[in-house]
Design a protein around this ligand. Structure first.
Ligand SMILES: [Zn+2]
Length: 486
């Protein structure tokens, strides 16, 4: 069959130019587009549908862990940002500031939120009086603005969508437990929904959130061997509570400051999904996050075949829909089946069913998987069960494949020369001893562009543990995971 013009324009292969591949994939799959405002992004319906699936899953998990949604304003009085010293230092360079409103200069400029700690904790100061008001567990879905100079679709844009959880607790232990719990929720979501394995752990002081006591992170390895910080959770200590006078009466009648946490993931996760699973044909979307999990393509040559085939396709659609499968029949007339296959493959639809006159006669449909392998004829009876099982298997296999890839690109117990060679060659995750010195961290970044992604949680640590800093040779205080990162 003759290819259409669109089919002939293949993506630049990942191995040739990963960054070009990424941008072309987003355009081809119509996930996002550049906006007339530099650095901003338009999320197109195909991309937004993935974000909606992500939101739905995460929102359910937040509610299951006792959180409620609320909404706080986009504008924050500029003075609020200055109240926490580290916070203002961290965010001031990238804020957008509104100085005029309604044609008049404002008495106090307003910052367009880069994150909402300051305005939320100003409100918490009003709402929290007693230990009975704690814990306060709130999440908001919102947009934020950080003035970025170098932007990439989904990964780094001036305005992006995210959720930010903000909680207040009576004790440090409870805040720590919450920060760790939400890191665990993110990890579960990333592994079980995105099929994206992550390494979790704590950030060093130089990579910690501005104003936090401790920052925890989920780090994933993309196919170009660069790490991506996929989600963070912060124990804010009492820093913001002191700055905003968020106090409460304890059970024994004393007055104390609350302990806060905040945690967030953003539309960056769509970029992470693309770079974890995409191939040279386009997007590969894990079934649990796909807008359409199954697309049915009818095949016919004449009108009588068309009627018969469409009826069979609709029958299959209804059966799958009733079983909870997100399914779509591509009944567009005047478009060849091959062109449809190509388009749905580029958009990452996990499973495709082809229905032709011969399939109708045999009471079957032809199954093709986005991840390859031979096509398979399935009986129409029992179709939903087969499809559900197929989606489960694909979901699992995508996670296993990405985990195998990550492990194949990880190196443990590195010494300095191995590390330099590793980072100069293909890169990946390098595990090694770290003395805890900021000088070592800075020197490594300077010479190799690699940064400490996390001081890994116990289950990711090497056995035996490294005893010396892989860079300076002094005693190691903790193992570290280095990588070049987005
Ligand atoms: Zn060192």
């Amino acid at each position: 069959m003759k290819q259409t013009a669109a089919e002939e324009k293949a993506l630049t292969p990942r191995a040739t130019d990963f960054s070009a591949w990424y941008n072309e994939l987003i355009m081809k799959a119509e996930l996002a587009d550049y906006s007339p405002v530099r650095g901003c992004m338009v999320i197109r319906p195909n991309g937004y549908a993935i974000w909606e699936q992500m939101q739905r899953a995460l929102d359910g998990m937040f509610k299951e862990t006792g959180h409620q949604n609320a909404y706080f304003p986009l504008f924050i009085p500029q003075s609020f940002l200055s109240r926490e010293a580290e916070h203002v230092e961290g965010f001031a360079p990238e804020t957008a500031v509104v100085t005029h409103g309604g044609g008049k200069e404002l008495e106090e400029p307003l910052v367009v939120r880069p994150t909402s700690e300051t305005i939320i904790y100003a409100m918490y100061a009003k709402w929290i009086q007693s230990y009975r008001d704690l814990p306060l567990l709130i999440n908001q879905w919102a947009n934020v603005v950080r003035w970025e100079m170098r932007t990439r679709l989904f990964l780094r844009t001036t305005e992006f969508l995210w959720q930010e959880g903000h909680t207040a607790h009576a004790t440090e232990e409870e805040a720590e437990e919450e920060a760790r719990r939400m890191l665990g929720v993110y990890r579960t979501f990333m592994e079980e929904w995105m099929a994206m394995p992550v390494v979790t752990g704590r950030k060093t002081d130089s990579e910690r959130f501005a104003g936090a006591l401790r920052t925890y992170s989920c780090e994933a390895l993309m196919q170009d061997n660069k790490a991506l910080q996929a989600g963070t959770s912060h124990n804010l200590g009492q820093n913001f509570a002191r700055a905003f006078e968020v106090t409460f009466q304890t059970a024994s009648g004393e007055i104390d400051h609350v302990w806060n946490t905040s945690w967030g993931v953003s539309t960056r996760l769509v970029g992470a999904l693309i770079m974890t699973h995409g191939d040279d044909k386009g997007l590969v979307c894990p079934p649990r996050l796909a807008q359409f999990q199954v697309v049915i393509v009818p095949i016919y040559k004449n009108e009588s075949e068309q009627a018969q085939v469409l009826e069979a396709a609709d029958h299959a659609r209804r059966a799958l829909h009733a079983a909870g499968v997100r399914v779509h029949v591509d009944a567009r007339d005047g478009m060849k089946p091959g062109a449809k296959y190509y388009e749905w493959e580029g958009r990452g639809v996990p499973l495709r069913l082809e229905v032709g006159p011969r399939d109708v006669a045999a009471g079957s449909v032809m199954l093709a998987r986005r991840t390859g392998g031979t096509k398979e004829s399935l009986a129409v009876g029992g179709l939903p069960e087969r499809i559900l099982a197929e989606m489960d298997r694909m979901q699992r296999e995508l996670l296993e494949t990405s985990r195998d890839r990550r492990e194949a690109n990880s190196i443990r117990g590195v010494n300095k020369s191995q590390f330099l060679e590793f980072m100069a060659r293909d890169g990946g995750l390098a595990y090694g001893g770290f003395c805890g010195g900021a000088e070592c961290e800075a020197e490594i970044k300077d010479q190799t562009k690699a940064t400490i992604r996390v001081l890994p949680d116990e289950e990711f640590r090497s056995n035996p543990a490294p005893t010396t800093c892989m860079w300076c040779g002094r005693p190691s205080t903790s193992e570290a995971v280095w990588a070049k990162a987005y």
